[in-house]
Design a protein. Structure first.
Length: 413
């Protein structure tokens, strides 16, 4: 309980990062320059729009906006801690007309131009929140002192002193929230307008996820080959040796040794049963047979087999593609395995809904919580495997629990 209380205090502490204040001050001059650049582009582009120089000028302006966007992206990364992914470089173009066309159709440059236009009003508000608002709060709090130091002939009414003090204190309390809000707005602007386009980001994420999935599948095939070679093959050789010994026991010189023959046959049967069980484990890891009838048949079998009681709720109005069913099945299997190993949960719930082109699987438990990607839980790899089929994984696991992990996938690839 003490640890949970300290965690709540840490989460509720209204701290303001030094980088937020620095960005409010240092980022204002580049914002003014960028806004002036946008005005100059609009003015010159309007004047020359009916001439031959109009389109080349706009193309050059878009290229310049890209360069200014790089400066603002570095500022956001260094001061705000918002690591904006660099956009893709301009495609190669041969010839003046092709280059102008490429620049005019460059979404990254136009979005950077929009960022420069929005950055000044947002920058002014950020500067006001980080600098002007604290100064105003300090002046209001010290209002009685300023009045006495200045000693005007006609001193204001006495009630202005407590009013100024209360108003100054209220402004001072509002400073952290205002600075955080404006910093969050600056981060969102940089993330949405200075990075790659959404389609490019999605394509890059899919390429990376599928590359990871291909490497993982290659490793799984190698592990399967090792298991077959070192496990199943060795067991089959042992069965063959046992049957050879049984054959020798049938035709000895002094007659058949029935006791030894019975022992060898019992051993051969046990070895055969072990080999069959091993093969079933291997094939279950490739494609569970229960999935042939769909998730509605496979998931109850999976949840009933675990050491922790699991309540299963299914609403499967649409049957997903086999690849999606397999991804959902193994995702839930891995989450339940992690829960049994690490959470200390006494009960869990699995809810799966498939409707309107989406599959949503929610696994929750009443364990100790604290599940994080990259902490040895395998959640990072699971998130990458889901991304390969355009799926997402959301984790809510505060220390002390409960843990709720949600996977969402399309029903069709």
């Amino acid at each position: 309980m003490a640890d949970r209380g300290r965690g709540l205090l840490r989460r509720s502490r209204p701290a303001v990062r030094a980088g937020d204040i620095a960005f409010a001050v240092v980022g204002l001059p580049p914002a003014i320059i960028g806004f002036g650049y946008v005005l100059a582009v609009l003015y010159a582009g309007t004047l020359l729009s009916l001439t031959v120089l109009g389109l080349p000028l706009v193309a050059a302006a878009v290229r310049g906006a890209r360069a200014l966007g790089t400066l603002h992206r570095h500022l956001a990364g260094r001061l705000l801690g918002e690591a904006v992914e660099p956009p893709a470089p301009l495609p190669a173009a041969h010839g003046v007309i092709a280059r102008v066309r490429t620049l005019l159709t460059d979404p990254v440059g136009w979005r950077a131009l929009l960022y420069l236009g929005l950055r000044l009003p947002v920058g002014v508000l950020t500067f006001a929140a980080a600098v002007v608002l604290p100064l105003a709060a300090g002046w209001l709090i010290g209002f009685p002192l300023w009045v006495r130091l200045l000693a005007p002939p006609d001193r204001p009414a006495w009630w202005l002193d407590p009013v100024g003090l209360l108003l100054g204190a209220a402004l001072l309390v509002a400073v952290p929230a205002a600075v955080r809000a404006m910093s969050g707005l600056n981060r969102r602007l940089a993330r949405q307008l200075l990075g790659p386009a959404r389609a490019h980001r999605r394509l890059r994420a899919l390429e990376q996820a599928r590359s990871t999935l291909a490497a993982e599948n290659t490793e799984n095939l190698r592990r399967l080959e090792r298991d077959l070679h070192d496990g199943t093959q060795a067991q089959l050789v042992a069965i063959a040796i046992t049957l050879s010994l049984a054959d020798d026991a049938l035709t000895p010189e002094g007659g058949a040794d029935l006791a030894r023959l019975r022992t060898l046959l019992t051993r051969a049967r046990e070895q055969t049963d072990g080999t069959i069980a091993g093969l079933r484990r291997l094939t279950r890891g490739i494609h569970p047979v229960a999935l042939d009838a769909g998730l509605g048949e496979a998931l109850p079998t999976l949840t009933d087999a675990g050491p922790v009681p699991v309540t299963t709720r299914l609403d499967l109005r649409e049957r997903p593609d086999p690849a999606i069913e397999r991804a959902v099945y193994f995702c839930i299997a891995e989450l339940l395995t992690n829960m049994a190993k690490h959470s200390g949960a006494q009960a869990a719930t699995v809810e799966v809904r498939s409707a309107q082109g989406r599959v949503r699987a929610v696994v929750s438990d009443n364990g100790r919580g604290g599940a994080l990607p990259g902490a040895g839980s395998g959640l990072t790899g699971l998130r990458e495997r889901l991304a390969a089929v355009d799926g997402t994984l959301r984790i809510a696991s505060p220390v002390g629990g409960p843990t709720v992990i949600t996977a969402e996938l399309p029903t069709r690839i």
